[in-house]
Every structure is written in structure tokens, then in C-alpha cells.
Design a protein around this ligand. Structure first.
Ligand SMILES: [Fe+2]
Length: 209
């Protein structure tokens, strides 16, 4: 019998940090959102966002910035092979009412993005990550009732079993969406992070935030 070896080529990392925030902090952040100015999403009035929050504006946001440093550094190591210093450059809250959804998108001008879940998430409204939509090439697929989904042909991945207080980190280029929320109000804080600099042999690119 021949030995079979499977190599996972070029996987995409996603980090989940359980209980990133404690219950008291979550309560304070939810109180903050009630008084924050919100704008409705361009596509649906069942999703609203706060204005961009600077982490320095409030102790609870500062805490998120400070506590995420360690995880950003570890996650950044997976992406860039070095323990870089990371800055959370912007942060905002999302409030998704029953029946609301968030369309597929990615985060521009950022390398690592994060979502902190401030409420329980109904299984209908888990964050869904989508594989690249591809270029202009014609694509063949084998997708029918008898076909199986494997790590190599799947076109989406659902972040299930997320609990209140958890944080997820993912590369900012990843397409993601939230399907129609059939549960209660769903509140999250999202953020984008940049490293101080990236270096490639004889030149550096520095980012300021
Ligand atoms: Fe997003």
C-alpha cells in the first residue's frame, strides 16, 4: 500500500481569541454605542455604523487597542514573518437589527482586520468568509447534490461557534459578509490595523496612523 501525503498549500490564517473582553467591558461598550452618532449603511437601514472611533477617545477603546497588540503581533508574524509593531488605525461599531445583513466586502488600506463580538450571534448571522471571486477567466466547477465540499473546492467558510466577547483577526483582503440576521440585535466592533513599517531588503515602507 502506497503512503499518501497531503500538503496544504498556501493556507489563509484566521485567529479566534476566546473571551477577549470581559462582561463588564462589554456592558460599558454597549452603553457607549447607545449615545454614539450612527449612520445607516448605504445598502440597508437595518445595519448602522458608528462614526470611526479613535482608540484614544475612551478608556474602553484604548483597552481594545492595548489588549489586541499581542494578538496582532502573533497574527502579523504569520503574514509577514516578523514581530512587527502594529497600530489599530480605526475602529467602528456595527449594529445589525433582526432581518438585516451586511453585503460582501473587504477592508481597504489595512493589513489585519478584527471583529469583537459584543452580543451573542444567531447562527443565521455568522460572519461568512468568501474565497476570491476570481478574475475574468472561465471557471469550471463540480457542484451538485452528490458532490462534497473539501478544503480545496470550498468557496466560503463560516465563523461559527463565536461567543460574546470573542475576537477574530483576519487578513484585510479577505471578502466577508453577514447573511440575514434571524436572531436578536447583533453588535460588533470592527477595526483595521497597520504595521509601523514593512521592509523588503533595501527599502522600507512606513505607515502612519
Ligand atoms: Fe467587515
Amino acid at each position: 500500500m502506497s503512503q499518501i501525503h497531503i500538503q496544504n498549500l498556501f493556507p489563509t490564517p484566521l485567529m479566534r481569541v476566546e473571551k477577549f473582553l470581559d462582561t463588564d467591558t462589554i456592558g460599558h461598550l454597549i452603553d457607549d454605542i447607545k449615545t454614539a452618532r450612527k449612520t445607516e449603511n448605504a445598502h440597508t437601514d437595518l445595519l448602522s455604523h458608528t462614526e470611526v472611533i479613535h482608540p484614544e477617545s475612551n478608556d474602553h477603546y484604548k483597552l481594545i487597542d492595548r489588549q489586541s497588540q499581542h494578538y496582532l503581533q502573533d497574527f502579523g508574524f504569520l503574514l509577514f514573518g516578523e514581530n512587527l509593531h502594529w497600530n489599530v488605525k480605526e475602529m467602528w461599531m456595527n449594529v445589525l437589527s433582526t432581518g438585516g445583513h451586511q453585503m460582501m466586502h473587504s477592508h481597504a488600506n489595512s493589513f489585519i482586520s478584527g471583529v469583537v463580538y459584543l452580543t451573542e450571534v444567531h447562527s443565521s448571522a455568522n460572519t461568512v468568509f468568501h474565497n476570491s471571486m476570481g478574475g475574468k477567466e472561465f471557471v469550471f466547477s463540480n457542484n451538485h447534490a452528490e458532490s462534497a465540499t473539501t478544503p480545496y473546492n470550498g468557496d466560503r467558510w463560516v465563523a461559527s461557534n463565536i461567543e460574546r466577547g470573542d475576537l477574530i483577526l483576519f487578513p484585510s483582503y479577505m471578502l466577508h459578509a453577514v447573511p440575514k440576521n434571524e436572531g436578536k440585535e447583533r453588535i460588533t466592533i470592527a477595526f483595521n490595523a497597520l504595521p509601523e513599517k514593512l521592509k523588503s531588503w533595501d527599502y522600507e515602507v512606513k505607515f502612519t496612523s
